[in-house]
Design a protein around this ligand. Structure first.
Ligand code: ZN
Length: 487
């Protein structure tokens, strides 16, 4: 029986869906104003494994993962301009071009990580009418107020009728002291009131008409609205990163209770965060490494390129509720581990059966299943696979035998758990990684020769390499320490 940790009750609970055989699952998706980085990979992979496992258990799953594409001042209060609008202004694009560009790139990165597409991927900008209706419901119930064209949640009023702060374990006093959101303070009754609808300032280019003003919905509104639109007023699972618990998910709970008079979500699940060399990822540390940079190896914190399966394996080696500290050394270790699994799997596919089994294969299927049932304990599944890799290698080396039945069982367990549930591409990736490595190495070598030529003022050679690589579709950028390239 599947047990999952519910962040709301702070304990593991036996998973029981609201409707037999069906699971409704909502996960907060990306804000599309930049490339996906390691921080995006973790929730995507965590909930991809849950999605895959629920389907393996026989559930029909409706998985909704949204695209946040509406400007939200709350995201960037210090700069006073929403990030999509800012990007559009700087690059002279229509905001929806920015949204489409980064959505496409997000999809490309997710496909590389073997993250399955969700059943529905709604855009916040496509659900403005529904969001306005949701805000109106909260106003009608008396838990919100209009101020200067914006609508705010009346948190104090709400907190008299419902426990506000129960997901994050905060009370209103804690929230007052930690609220940093300066925007709109003068319009609000209390600093902890959050925007359901914001009147757009003149420089805010993404805005829509509403009964209150020309403006845009508050960030938390889209998930309440789209979650209930596609999964019903009550649904099973809501996931996201731990950093979303407050204010985002706390606000979602308040919005649902205020509008619908009940909680929408049965199980709240949160993946823990990734640190980079012990530090939080953040602008001030300049340590946001995009997935594309991982795949190409062009970031100063990376010793070399790392394939998408190495990233996926690295993330799954830790339990989703533990922190993961990224370093190039840790990724190199993950890469070696993945290669051992890949080698064992290709050996497994080639093994010849004997009359009986002499190696210890243990209860691998039970181990994997129990580990997954225990709140998605992927590191235990990986450990069980490594254990059986030992037996595979013994048979491969001719020091043991395996019967046909055991061989088929082993092949089926690896296919089910390593490939279908953990989503590791074990077959093709090994060779691909090697090719990618050789290819990247060759380009680096060429550009190194070009750098040398430039230093020697041999412009003919330097230009020839640049022009021909450019003609082949490479983008080459000179930097102060050398060069960067991409395709
Ligand atoms: Zn959300």
């Amino acid at each position: 029986m599947l047990e999952i940790y519910n962040s709301l009750t702070r304990q593991k609970e036996i998973f029981k869906p609201l409707h037999e055989g069906h699971v409704g699952m909502y996960v907060c998706g990306p804000t599309v104003y930049g490339d996906a980085h390691l921080g995006h990979a973790r929730p995507a992979i965590t909930f991809d494994v849950l999605y895959r496992y629920l389907q393996h258990l026989g559930y029909k799953v409706r998985y909704v993962r949204n695209i946040t594409d509406v400007g939200h001042l709350e995201h960037d209060a210090d700069e006073g301009e929403d990030k999509i609008a800012k990007k559009a202004r700087l690059e002279q694009l229509e905001p929806m071009e920015v949204v489409q560009y980064y959505t496409n790139r997000y999809h490309r990165d997710m496909a590389a990580l073997n993250v399955l597409p969700p059943s529905i991927e709604p855009h916040a900008s496509g659900h403005i009418i529904e969001q306005i209706a949701f805000v109106q419901k909260i106003l009608d119930k008396g838990y919100a107020y209009v101020s200067n064209g914006s609508v705010y949640m009346d948190v104090e009023k709400y907190a008299k009728d419902y426990p506000y702060g129960k997901l994050s374990g905060r009370n209103l006093n804690d929230i007052v002291t930690e609220t940093r959101e300066l925007d709109g303070q003068a319009e609000k009754k209390h600093s902890y009131d959050f925007a359901l609808w914001k009147k757009a300032s003149p420089e805010h280019i993404m805005h829509w008409p509403s009964p209150w003003s020309e403006g845009f919905p508050g960030w938390h509104m889209e998930c309440s609205t789209m979650g209930t639109k596609y999964l019903g007023e009550q649904f099973d699972i809501h996931g996201g990163g731990l950093d979303l618990i407050f204010p985002h998910h706390e606000a979602e709970i308040a919005q649902s209770c205020a509008a619908l008079g009940k909680e929408s979500v049965h199980y709240w699940m949160h993946n823990n965060m990734i640190t980079i060399a012990g530090k939080k990822m953040g602008k001030s540390y300049n340590n946001f490494i995009t997935l594309e940079q991982f795949f190409a190896g062009n970031h100063e914190l990376l010793s070399k390129p790392f394939g998408p399966m190495v990233i996926r394996f690295f993330i799954l080696q830790a339990h989703y509720r533990s922190t993961v500290d990224f370093s190039s050394e840790a990724l190199e270790a993950a890469e070696k581990g993945l290669q051992r699994l890949q080698e064992a799997y290709s050996r497994l596919l080639k093994l010849q059966p004997s009359a009986k089994t002499s190696v210890e294969i243990g209860e691998i299927r039970t181990c994997c299943q129990e580990a997954m049932d225990d709140d998605l304990n992927t590191p235990f599944v990986i450990a069980a696979l490594f254990d059986s890799a030992k037996a595979i290698n013994i048979v491969h080396d001719g020091k043991g035998t395996i019967s046909e039945a055991d061989l088929n069982e082993l092949r089926d367990v690896w296919k089910t758990y390593a490939i279908d549930i953990l989503g590791l591409r074990l077959e093709e990736q090994g060779a691909g990684d090697e090719k990618l490595k050789a290819f990247s190495g060759a380009i680096d070598l060429l550009l190194g020769i070009r750098l040398q030529a430039k230093q020697n003022k041999d412009w003919g050679t330097s230009d020839k390499i640049r022009n021909e690589l450019t003609a082949l579709g490479f983008q080459i950028k000179d930097t102060k320490d050398g060069f960067e390239w991409s395709i």
